[in-house]
Design a protein around this ligand. Structure first.
Ligand code: NDP
Ligand code: 8X3
Length: 251
């Protein structure tokens, strides 16, 4: 039977690439993000392959999340797969120099946003005793690196929430998986460095970073295992990267 996937952060990077591979494989799509024009553009493209609807909302605004999900057209209300992907790093500085607005943004989007969306969708999965949730964490949720402080904390929280969901949803046959990527070349660093394109580019120079499609392939693999198979946790690096801080830039 055709499945429906709800993807947060579908306007760019990993979320967008996931939408593309899901569409090619005939999964019905609910594409979410704040940038309406990009949602429209992607939905026009993917409608040639599958049914698509879009929801424009900010995951960190609880009322917007609830209102948007309640507004789904009937044929998109049964959600089989939730991809909790929306998120970003805001800034990269020592704890003592950290910007509190950046801290708020990371905790509000990466942690509370994931909670709001999950709370709005999981009850229907519990009622049906079926569903799949993929949480996009990060190696920043496995290892704290210099200046990563609050972003790392937000991704450690995603790691903990993934484990918590697995425990609490286990008796409802809901599969829960986390994917923790290393460096993926997306708009991530542009956001982290507040539009400083040169600085953002420098994050990915001297080696071949992961591409959004690499992670999307893995997400598709995870959600298409036979029903009795559930991958809990995957850490994925570019070959040039050995840990959060060790990168072979001459590769
Ligand atoms: P991008 O910046 O390319 O994409 C981020 C996506 O999140 C966009 O679609 C953006 O949509 C959405 N988003 C951000 N803030 C909000 C918000 N407040 N409300 C709704 N949507 C929001 O980055 P990536 O694709 O790389 O990031 C996707 C996920 O992968 C994130 O959780 C990130 O932490 C994680 N990750 C990324 C890595 C990397 O190296 N790139 C490595 C490890 C993990 P819009 O602006 O339209 O709202
Ligand atoms: C994104 C990867 O190393 O910039 O989560 O934190 S990193």
């Amino acid at each position: 039977m055709k499945k429906t996937a709800f993807i947060t952060g579908a306007t760019s990077g990993i979320g967008k690439a996931t939408a593309e591979i899901f569409a090619k494989n005939n999964i019905r799509l609910i594409l979410c993000g704040r940038r309406a024009e990009r949602l429209q553009e992607l939905s026009t493209k993917l409608r040639k392959l599958t049914q698509v609807t879009t929801l424009q909302f900010d995951v960190s605004k609880r009322n917007e999340v609830e209102k948007a999900i309640k507004s789904l057209p009937k044929e998109f209300q049964h959600i089989d797969i939730l991809i909790n992907n929306a998120g970003n790093a805001h800034g990269l500085s020592t704890f003592q120099d950290g910007n509190i607005d950046d801290w708020d943004a990371m905790m509000d989007i990466n942690v509370k946003g994931l909670l709001y969306v999950s709370k709005a969708i999981i009850p229907q999965m519990v009622d049906r005793n079926n569903g799949f949730i993929v949480n996009i964490g990060s190696i920043a949720g496995k290892e704290v690196y210099p200046n990563g402080n609050v972003y790392c904390a937000s991704k450690y929280a995603v790691n903990a929430l993934n484990k918590g969901m697995r425990i609490d949803l286990n008796k409802h046959n809901i599969r829960v998986s986390a994917i923790h990527p290393g460096a993926v070349e997306t708009e991530f660093s542009e956001v982290r460095f507040k539009g400083d394109i040169q600085k953002a580019k420098s994050v990915y120079t001297g080696y071949k970073a992961l591409q959004a499609e690499d992670i999307a392939d893995i997400i598709y693999f995870v959600v298409t295992r036979p029903y009795h198979v559930n991958i809990e946790d995957l850490v994925v690096y570019p070959t040039a990267q050995a840990s959060a801080t060790i990168m072979n830039r001459n590769s």
